[in-house]
Design a protein around this ligand. Structure first.
Ligand code: SF4
Length: 279
């Protein structure tokens, strides 16, 4: 595979390069190597194609919200949840996934977060990669990928970027910052805020805003991450046997939850009494 001509970054890449606060202990750079450097190898590709139950629940929950607002009458119908479940083909998923998604749909129908909002964009969540946004930083530029779940208009013209969550993981503010930067380029001159909404817990985050000065710092930070990753990819493609030096492993109890533990020579799958990781 040839390396991309311009560095790129996304929230996903940022989270693979730098751990969220509190997750440093189980952060592993080798996972980034599998996902972003070796993704076309047949074994890796197969593992990447197997969505975990939490991932499936997240995708289906987002799609469920999309279907409710795409077919608004279903929000008021007694069999609305059942109908949306059919549109999602929930029957083809595991019992665990079905149960949790049904609960999410019921909860949403009872209290539809987006009802009455002036929705500008609402995606089904399965449309793949968004178009990259070209961002200049100093005398270089990088591509930014930002797939936003939903944008609605707050008040007269403020864009409100909303990201839906499921599960118990804490909101990662960095994701909102990436969306706010993307909005600045996609909707120049429009004020914007961002927030998260957990569909399972019915919990919303505080509003996240960013100043001009913070935008500049964010651009600088993202350009650095994009360049670092680009350099790592180049090094890997020049000398594939250096994989574990370029993307160092961090084995531990968390390997049990890593999708690559079946092919990673550093995986530590021995019994331990470490705490369970957040899902
Ligand atoms: S199995 Fe462990 S060491 Fe290997 S990539 Fe996953 S987390 Fe890293």
């Amino acid at each position: 595979m040839s390396t991309p001509d311009r560095p790129f970054v996304s929230y996903h890449l940022w989270s693979l390069v730098t751990p969220a606060t509190g997750q440093e202990r189980w952060h592993c750079q080798m996972r980034r190597g599998f996902i972003k450097a070796r993704q076309h190898e047949p074994q890796v590709k197969e593992l990447l194609g197997q969505a975990t139950a939490p991932q499936r629940i997240g995708i289906l929950a987002q799609k469920g919200v999309y279907e409710f607002h795409h077919n608004r009458h279903l929000l008021n119908k007694s069999d609305g949840v059942e109908k949306v479940a059919q549109l999602l083909k929930l029957n083809n998923t595991s019992h665990q996934v079905q149960q949790r998604v049904i609960q999410i749909l019921k909860k949403y129908q009872n209290a539809p977060f987006l009802r009455g909002k002036n929705i500008l964009q609402l995606t089904p969540g399965d449309e793949g990669f968004p178009k990259p946004i070209l961002i200049g930083q100093g005398d270089t530029c990088f591509r930014l990928y930002a797939a936003m779940d939903c944008i609605f208009i707050d008040g007269d013209r403020t864009l409100h970027i909303l990201d839906f969550k499921t599960g118990k993981s804490a909101f990662d503010q960095r994701q909102a910052l990436v969306y706010l930067l993307a909005a600045r380029y996609l909707y120049p001159g429009r004020p914007a805020v961002a927030s998260f909404y957990n569909l399972e817990l019915g919990k919303k985050s505080d509003l996240i805003k960013i100043s001009n000065h913070e935008f500049e710092n964010l651009k600088y930070e993202l350009a650095k991450i994009a360049q670092k990753h680009q350099d790592d990819l180049q090094k890997y493609h020049q000398q594939k046997s250096d994989f574990s030096q370029i993307f160092p492993p961090n084995p531990g109890y968390h390997c049990r939850f890593c999708p690559f533990n079946s092919i990673c020579e550093f995986a530590n799958l021995t019994a331990s009494s470490q705490p369970v990781l957040p899902v």
